[in-house]
Every structure is written in structure tokens, then in C-alpha cells.
Design a protein around this ligand. Structure first.
Ligand code: NAD
Length: 498
């Protein structure tokens, strides 16, 4: 499918010819289109409109708000192939993953529709006679979403679907590397709003641009919730800024995810799991497997078999069927990968793969061979997130040491163990096991479903979004005490009579 056809099917072919953001596809380096950045004044207008819309939307019954998200999910179903193709064109992830990303958006819409009838509060036993206590959940205001390039659409939907049913307005600042996907999603959303009928104007807004408009959104107290996904460096700046004004932040930051391969592992399954999570999306998922601790008794065979599998990975145009690995997002990313490999060598690592790979007809794309690096210990480079397909492999003897090594990273997003020993599995998932927000058994650390709460600890930022009770971050809680008696007993038995 040609780029122009994809854009036209998504209704965004009339792009500004003079836009300051030039989008080059990582597949072949060709210019796909230009998009104009929004200004700081646009941020102000979007927030003002969103705040006004919220004041209307918060009084719309939640199940009716769910109807908007139901319509959105259906529009996404109609455009799944075109939007998935655009995601592939703009990020370089393979089409299967581009389509998977849209499916994830559809899934969260379904989840949010159900949720719109389940925003449950509690009733609480009061210590006072003739009193009732309860908890109510109310909309928060404007939810500002800042997203990263590698999930250019799904991250917005995880936040927006929930934030909308919870009664908030949503303003989105996507990555400056993927503004076309954002325009396409915004167009689908506008179609959904039109079909829905009576949503207040300005309920959703899109601000394209870089750090400057992002920072402006973050600093503005009208951004009641700031959900920011991206690097730890970005999250540190955003988290501090939001805290300064006592706003609410939801941070989804980097990961340096590890896996443990026990001597009892089902090796066929483990190798498949490792391959998908280390090589999939060319190592550019926040949950990508980056560190592997292998029991010494199976270390040599595991590394040997992994290398054989790596040799079979088809690298090429991600739009073509059969390709398993597309390009890196850009040259800067390629340079960071090469620098990390050089550092690994200088720190005693043995590097397999990692070199640039030429794809005929796409010479301007930054394709690489995925790398396996055997390391003597967790040196500085191993403890750093390099957003590329580099898998550091280390040997261990005792499970406790492997768990300690898993937890030694500054990030705490995802982790896994491959084992058939129930004790090892439970130990890994226990309070003294993995310290990550995601701890899997016999699957890799990546590829989460929307039903669970997604996010991680430490330098991953501590936020949770998507399933389970993550919706609560988009609402404020009120505790209500109602006295239906004619007396006024005070709590704690306090006597206060004149
Ligand atoms: P990035 O931090 O460079 O950019 C992310 C977004 O933040 C962009 O929209 C950018 O414009 C904006 N931004 C940057 N500085 C800002 C500031 N000071 N104020 C406001 N906005 C600012 O990240 P990236 O390169 O696009 O994505 C890769 C990173 O994202 C990796 O570290 C990856 O692990 C992480 N990530 C995390 C998750 C998660 O759910 N935990 C998901 C996807 C990606």
C-alpha cells in the first residue's frame, strides 16, 4: 500500500506543504509529509476549550459517555488496516505490530465502555448511629496526554478511553516523530464525535509539536492530570513540574527489563519468548527484554541456540509479509546503539550481531542486526536503557542472585522468569522477588494485555494505566458522611456541648 493511499484512506492527505515537522518514514527515509507545529497560544486555547467542555461533560451520565467510546471503537475497527499501515510507515514496526497496536486501541475502548457502568465507590460502616458513609468518584478535569514515538496511537487510547468515560476532557501532545498517526487518530475521533452527536466542543484537543508545547501543557494548572509516556529524563522534568503545582501525574517511563532462564525451563518455549521480546519492534518497546540471566548449567546451549535463532530473523521492509524486524526510528537511535555496543566491548562484553544491515531499495533506512552481548557482569552499559535490539546475557548460579540482578536496575517496569519449578515461580512473584510492575512467568516481559494495570516502579515512574483499577487516577474521590438521625454524635466520642 502506497503512503499517499494510506493517508487518503485515513482522510489526512491534505497536509500543510510548509509544515515545520518533516516526517520521513524510517523504512526508506522518504518524506511522507509535513505537519505544522502548534504554538504556545494554541496550547492556551486548547486548554481553555477543554476546561469549558469538561464542565459540561462531567454532568453527562457515565454510561452515555461510554457511548462515545463505543462509537470510537467501532470507527477504529473500520480503519484498522489503514491506521495500522500508517503506524508501520511512521514508526517502522512490522505491519503485524501496527495492526496489533490498533487492536489494542479497540480492546481498551471495549474495556472502557464496560467500565462506564462500573465506576464503583464503597459504602463504609460508620461508628456513629444514624450515619452512613460512602465514597464517590468524580471527574477530575482536563487530562493532558504526552506520548512517545514507539506506541504513537495506543498510549493515547489507553488514557483517552478511560479519561473520557471518567468524565474528563483530553488534550494530546504526541511525539514530534509521529504526528501523522496522531492526525489520523484525531480524524477518527472527530468522526466518532460527530456520530455521537452532542459532545461539548473542545472535549478533545490535539497539540502537535516538540518539547516547548509539551512543557507549556505540563506547567499549566488547567492540565489537572498529566499522563506522560517517554524517557525517564522527560519524566523527571515533567514529574517535578506537575508536583510543583500539586497537579496529578501519571508517569510511564523507560524500562530495562530482565528475564531469568532457570535450569528447569521449557527451553523451546523460553527461546521463542526471548526472541519476541528482545527482537520484536526492533527492541523499541518500553518492555523490550534487555537483560537475560541464564542458569550456568544451560548457559552455553541457550546462547548458542539464541544466536542460531537471531541468524534466522528476517530484517526488511516492515510492510512486507514475513518481515520480523523493521528499521530503527532514526539515525540518532542507530548511533546510540553503536555507542552502547562499543561501550559494552570496552567493559568486557563479547558482541554478536548489531551491525547495520542493508535492505535493497531502502538504503536510507537504519536497519540493524539484533545484537546478543555476553557480559561478565552488570556493568554501566547493562544498567542503562538503550532503545535498540541489544540483549545482554549473563550467567547465574543461585536464583536469589539472579533476582537481585533483576532488581539492580534503576527502572522497574517489566520482568520474567522461565521455569517449570513452582517454588522458583512463586519466589520470583513474591514480595522479595521481582521489584517490577510486571512480573511474568513463562512468557517474556513484553506484549501486555489491556486488562491488567500497566506500568512500573522506580525510574519507570510508578504510574499505572489501562486495565484493573487504573481508572481511579482519572477521577477524584470524595468521602461522604450523611447523618440521617436527629442527634449529632461526634466521631471518637468527643463531647462538645455548651
Ligand atoms: P521522549 O522522552 O524523547 O519523548 C516522549 C514525549 O515527551 C514526546 O512527546 C516529547 O515531545 C515529550 N517531551 C520531552 N520532553 C518534554 C518536557 N520537558 N515536557 C513535556 N514534554 C516533553 O521519548 P521517546 O524517544 O519518544 O520514547 C522512548 C522512551 O519512551 C523510552 O525510554 C521508552 O522506554 C519509553 N516508553 C515508555 C512506555 C511506558 O509505558 N512505560 C511506553 C512507551 C515508551
Amino acid at each position: 500500500m502506497k503512503a499517499s493511499n494510506i493517508l487518503s484512506e485515513l482522510g489526512i492527505s491534505h497536509l500543510a506543504e510548509t509544515g515545520d515537522i518533516a516526517v520521513h518514514s524510517p523504512i526508506d527515509g522518504e518524506l511522507v509529509g509535513r505537519v505544522a507545529s502548534h504554538s504556545v497560544a494554541d496550547v492556551d486555547a486548547a486548554l481553555a476549550k477543554a476546561q469549558a467542555a469538561y464542565k459540561v461533560w462531567r454532568n453527562v451520565p457515565a454510561p452515555r459517555r461510554g457511548e462515545l467510546v463505543r462509537v470510537l471503537g467501532n470507527k477504529l475497527r473500520e480503519k484498522k488496516h489503514a491506521l495500522g499501515s500508517l503506524i508501520t510507515l511512521e514508526t517502522g514496526k512490522i505491519l503485524q505490530e501496527g495492526l496489533g497496536e490498533v487492536q489494542e486501541m479497540i480492546d481498551i475502548c471495549d474495556f472502557a465502555v464496560g467500565l462506564s457502568r462500573q465506576l464503583y465507590g464503597l459504602t463504609i460502616a460508620s461508628e456513629r448511629p444514624g450515619h452512613r458513609m460512602a465514597e464517590s468518584w468524580h471527574p477530575m478535569g482536563v487530562c493532558t496526554v504526552i506520548s512517545a514515538f514507539n506506541f504513537p496511537a495506543a498510549v493515547w487510547s489507553w488514557n483517552a478511553a478511560l479519561a473520557l468515560v471518567c468524565g474528563n476532557a483530553v488534550v494530546w501532545k504526541p511525539s514530534e516523530k509521529t504526528p501523522l498517526t496522531a492526525l489520523a487518530v484525531d480524524k477518527i475521533l472527530k468522526d466518532a464525535l460527530k456520530a455521537f452527536g452532542d459532545a461539548p466542543e473542545g472535549l478533545t484537543g490535539l497539540i502537535n509539536g516538540g518539547r516547548d508545547v509539551g512543557a507549556k501543557l505540563v506547567a499549566d494548572p488547567r492540565s489537572n492530570i498529566v499522563s506522560a509516556t517517554g524517557s525517564t529524563e522527560m519524566g523527571r522534568a515533567v514529574g517535578i513540574e506537575v508536583a510543583r503545582r500539586f497537579g496529578r501525574s501519571l508517569l510511564e517511563l523507560g524500562g530495562n527489563n530482565a528475564g531469568i532462564v532457570s535450569n528447569t525451563a521449557d527451553m523451546e518455549l523460553a527461546l521463542r519468548g526471548i526472541l519476541f521480546s528482545a527482537v520484536g519492534t526492533a527492541g523499541q518497546r518500553c518492555t523490550t527484554l534487555r537483560r537475560l540471566f541464564v542458569h550456568e548449567s544451560v548457559y552455553d546451549t541457550t546462547v548458542e541456540r539464541l544466536k542460531a535463532l537471531y541468524g534466522k530473523v528476517t530484517i526488511g521492509n516492515p510492510l512486507e509479509q514475513g518481515t520480523l524486524m523493521g528499521p530503527l526510528i532514526d539515525e540518532a537511535s542507530f548511533n546510540r546503539m553503536q555507542a552502547a555496543l562499543a561501550q559494552a566491548k570496552s567493559e568486557g562484553g563479547a558482541v554478536f550481531g548489531g551491525e547495520r544491515h542493508t535492505v535493497a531499495g531502502n538504503e536510507k533506512g537504519f536497519y540493524v542486526r539484533p545484537a546478543i552481548v555476553e557480559m561478565p557482569s552488570q556493568t554501566a552499559v547493562v544498567l542503562k536503557e538503550t532503545f535498540a535490539p541489544i540483549l545482554y546475557v549473563l550467567r547465574y548460579t543461585e536464583l536469589d542472585d539472579a533476582i537481585g540482578a533483576n532488581n539492580a536496575a534503576a527502572h522497574g517496569l517489566s520482568s520474567c522468569i522461565f521455569t517449570t519449578d513452582m517454588r522458583e515461580s512463586e519466589r520470583f512473584q513474591s514480595a522479595s522477588g521481582s521489584d517490577c510492575g510486571i512480573a511474568n512467568v513463562n512468557i517474556g516481559p513484553s506484549g501486555a494485555e489491556i486488562g491488567g494495570a500497566f506500568g512500573g516502579e522506580k525510574e519507570t515512574g510508578g504510574g499505572r494505566e489501562s486495565g484493573s483499577d487504573a481508572w481511579k487516577v482519572y477521577m477524584r474521590r470524595a468521602t461522604n458522611t450523611v447523618n440521617y438521625s436527629s442527634a449529632l454524635p461526634l466521631a471518637q466520642g468527643i463531647d462538645f456541648n455548651v
